[in-house]
Structures are given as structure tokens and as C-alpha cells.
Design a protein around this ligand. Structure first.
Ligand SMILES: Cc1cc2nc3c(=O)[nH]c(=O)nc-3n(C[C@H](O)[C@H](O)[C@H](O)COP(=O)(O)OP(=O)(O)OC[C@H]3O[C@@H](n4cnc5c(N)ncnc54)[C@H](O)[C@@H]3O)c2cc1C
Length: 415
């Protein structure tokens, strides 16, 4: 079976490794960028995605690059704890949660794809402009070449050209009025040194987590995201990932000084800050046209809430490879879609309602000036239910994840 993958992002590269794992080796990844560079800052890989990466033999590589996240804490803007929970192995999962530099992760995947599938498995400077199924063959046109394949996986991200071909009137991603400023700073460790925290509420929020172990000088590289809803900053929509000055948002966080971390100090220590709109797209009813199928952000772009963007792309990749290994092609595509589309749709919709972070908004609405005891504001049963519900929606309920069968399979040509 010949497979062409559009896009060598985290979704496309994991799809290539997943296909190789089940025994489908004739795989070509077409990437628009002239070279794959370590872009972006931090992301979290949740245990359900780490399980898949681990079954692809990448656990040691991840451990070498990333921090095993130990706990997650939500606080209000005064630093008072709303909810705290262990994460990864510390939470009873069989697999860790990793905080990792997105670009370094993508570079590692690139190297492993080339090691396992050959140098030619990734073709850069190759922008796909047309994809067309003719009978049982798909014809892919790029700026430099024409390829044919039995199936094409479109993993070309939130600005997917393939999706735009199918939905020419969909337009740009939908912006919700919030702007994200993202950076990394070397600072003293906070909380456990492997902690992720989120502070604030829907209007103004701050998230941080370490990306590297503590250095010899006692400092640690921390990824952070400042977020604020301001629809007047609408030039952000056409300037994804531009570098900006901290003055644009620092005053919003002037008073956010907690016993264990001062947010303004963290922001001021950043070398560069990138601006990004909080955007997603509406869920689709179908991800398949002929023998072309969407995967990752091309299929289900979601707000970066609940740390799920990359994780869901990785799970898509493994489920699709399993389907192609165990079913005839057309049936496999439909089965993959039926397995993944309803789940990712539920995540897209849950993230529009703040996902698990809704506890922060509830605390703000019920106790805007802070509280003596969180129990008087949001009882434990309500907080527990919010955290458990999101894990169930997003597929990382620990008991279910630990006990479900693997997506490993062996390919035999079923036509
Ligand atoms: C620079 C960057 C920074 C990010 N930072 C974060 C973050 O901090 N936190 C977070 O949760 N998520 C972040 N994301 C999103 C996250 O990486 C994705 O949700 C997730 O990894 C899904 O990946 P994907 O492979 O589906 O899409 P993407 O990671 O967007 O990859 C798509 C790939 O397709 C390529 N491509 C696009 N069009 C074409 C075409 N026509 N032909 C060929 N190739 C094409 C792109 O160059 C890209 O390499 C970021 C994405 C990017 C691109």
C-alpha cells in the first residue's frame, strides 16, 4: 500500500511512524516548509498520547528531551488554590505526562521517521496544491512534482489546504477574541519543579510549566502563556506567531505575585514572546473524500485548552494505522472516522466551554475577591466531577486508559 501524507507536523510524522509500526512502509510525507525547524514553544503530551508514543518505541527519546509533569494546580489571580491533582505516573497512569518543547519534539520525530523509513520518506519544500481521487488511486500535485498513492492522509494543520479544497467557503479559523502571548524564561523552579499551574479566569489567564530539568545554576527553562480577551486586538488574526514586546500585556499581570512565583518576574525574563489568536474551527461531519482522509488539526483544530492538540493528533495517527492494518482501505477510513470524529468533536465543543479550566471561571464568578476556603465556593464533589468529566471526554480516564487494548496491529494486504 502506498501512502502519501500531506504535512510533516506532529500529526503527519506520527502517522508515518504508526504506519511503519504496523508494517506499511511505502510512505512519503510532503512538507511545505523548505526545512523542518524547531518552531513553537512548549506543549504537553498527555498519558493517552504518551502510551502511543511509548508503543512506537519513543519513551527514552521523550525522557531525554522533556520533563515528566508531576502535578497540575489551578489558582485564582491571588494565587489561592482552587484545584490540584497529580499527573502522569504520579496520578496512577501507566505512562507519564510530558512537558516538551514542541519544536524539539517535531525534530526528534523527523529524525526517527528518516531512520526508520529512509531519508526520502520526508520531502520538504513540497507544498500540496491539489489532491484528487481517480478510481482507487489518489493523485497529489505539489509545487515541484505529482505523486500517486492508494491513500492520502491530509495532516496539514489548522490552515489545511486539503480541507479548504473541500470547503472553499469555510474561510479563516474562528477567533474567540482572546490573544495568547507565549514565551520561555529561565527562572528558579516553582512548586514541585515539575508542576504545571494555571491562574486567573476566562478574561485573563496565565499558564506555566517547566520544559527542562533544573540546570547546574539552579534555574529551569519554563514555558508560559499569558492570555487575555480583547477583541480590539484583531490584527492578531492575520499575524500568527509574530514576535511582540512584553509591554503589550505585562500591565495585565502587575499584581499577580504569589508566595511561590511572581508572574511579572517570569514574563520579564523571557527572551522572545510570540502572539497567537485563540482559534478553532467548527467540527466537520466527514473527514473523508474518496481515498483522502483528514488527521490532526486539519480534521479537528481546537482551542489549546486541556493540553490536547498534539495528543489528539497522535491518537488519530495510531488509530488510522490500526484501521489500515486490519481492514480493507475504504472500510478502514470509515472505521477510523467513526472511532475518532465523535470523540474529537466532543473535545472541540468542551474546549469552547473552557474544558476543565471552567473551575477557574466558577471560582472567579462566585468569589471575585478571593476566598477563605475553596470548599465554600466550589465543593470538592463539584471540582472532582469537572476534572473527571474532561478526562473522560478527552480519553484519559486513568482506569480506562490503563486497561484498554493496544492499537498495535500487523498489516496484511486486504485490498
Ligand atoms: C509553530 C506552531 C506552534 C504551535 N504551538 C503550540 C503550542 O504551544 N501548544 C499547543 O497545544 N499546540 C501548538 N501548536 C499546535 C499543535 O502543534 C498541533 O495542535 C498538533 O501538533 C497537531 O499537529 P498537526 O500535525 O495536525 O498540525 P501542525 O502541527 O500544524 O502541522 C501541519 C504541517 O503541515 C504543513 N503544511 C501545511 N500546509 C501544507 C501543504 N499545503 N502542503 C504540505 N505541507 C503543508 C505545515 O508546514 C506543518 O508542518 C503549534 C503549531 C505550530 C505549527
Amino acid at each position: 500500500m502506498k501512502v502519501v501524507i500531506v504535512g510533516a507536523g506532529i500529526g503527519g510524522l506520527t502517522a508515518a511512524l504508526s504506519l511503519q509500526r504496523v508494517g506499511i512502509r511505502d510512505v512519503t510525507c510532503l512538507e511545505a516548509a523548505a526545512e523542518i525547524r524547531p518552531l513553537g514553544v512548549g506543549i504537553n503530551l498527555l498519558p493517552h498520547a504518551v502510551r502511543e508514543l511509548s508503543e512506537l518505541g519513543l519513551l527514552d527519546e521523550l525522557d531525554a528531551l522533556a520533563v515528566r509533569t508531576a502535578d497540575l494546580t489551578y489558582v485564582n489571580e491571588f494565587g489561592q488554590t482552587i484545584w490540584s491533582e497529580p499527573r502522569g505516573i504520579d496520578a496512577g497512569y501507566h505512562w507519564p505526562q510530558f512537558s516538551i518543547h514542541r519544536g524539539e519534539f517535531q525534530m526528534m520525530l523527523t529524525r526517527v521517521v528518516r531512520d526508520r523509513l529512509g531519508e526520502d520518506a520526508i520531502v520538504t519544500d513540497s507544498r500540496v496544491s491539489n489532491v484528487e481521487t481517480k478510481g482507487n488511486t489518489v493523485c497529489v500535485t505539489t509545487n515541484t512534482d505529482i505523486y500517486t498513492a492508494d491513500i492520502v492522509i491530509a495532516a496539514d494543520g489548522i490552515h489545511s489546504a486539503v480541507r479548504a479544497m473541500w470547503h472553499p467557503h469555510e474561510g479563516a479559523p474562528i477567533w474567540n477574541g482572546a490573544v495568547l502571548w507565549r514565551g520561555t524564561s529561565r527562572v528558579k523552579p516553582f512548586l514541585s519543579g515539575r508542576s504545571m499551574f494555571m491562574a486567573g479566569h476566562r478574561q485573563t489567564k496565565f499558564v506555566a510549566y517547566p520544559l527542562k530539568r533544573i540546570d547546574a545554576d539552579g534555574l529551569q527553562l519554563v514555558n508560559w502563556i499569558a492570555e487575555h480577551v480583547d477583541p480590539t486586538l484583531n490584527d492578531v488574526q492575520t499575524n500568527w506567531n509574530r514576535s511582540v514586546e512584553i509591554d503589550r500585556f505585562l500591565p495585565l499581570f502587575d499584581s499577580w505575585k504569589f508566595d511561590w512565583l511572581e508572574v511579572p518576574t517570569l514574563i520579564k525574563a523571557a527572551e522572545k514572546v510570540f502572539e497567537y489568536p485563540m482559534s478553532d474551527r467548527n467540527p466537520l461531519d466527514s473527514w473523508i473524500r474518496g481515498r483522502v482522509v483528514l488527521l490532526g488539526d486539519a480534521a479537528h483544530p481546537t482551542y489549546p485548552i486541556g493540553s490536547n492538540g498534539s495528543s489528539q493528533a497522535i491518537i488519530d495517527a495510531r488509530v488510522l494505522a490500526h484501521a489500515l492494518a486490519t481492514r480493507p482501505i475504504d472500510e478502514a477510513l470509515l472505521w477510523y472516522q467513526s472511532e475518532r470524529l465523535p470523540k474529537t468533536r466532543a473535545i472541540q465543543l468542551a474546549n469552547r466551554e473552557m474544558g476543565p479550566e471552567i473551575v477557574m471561571q466558577l471560582a472567579h464568578e462566585r468569589a471575585p475577591q478571593g476566598f477563605e476556603s475553596i470548599e465554600d465556593v466550589i465543593p470538592l464533589a463539584e471540582r472532582t466531577e469537572i476534572a473527571a468529566r474532561y478526562k473522560s471526554i478527552a480519553g484519559f480516564d486513568p482506569a480506562i486508559l490503563n486497561s484498554r487494548p493496544s492499537w498495535d496491529a500487523s498489516y496484511s494486504d486486504l485490498g
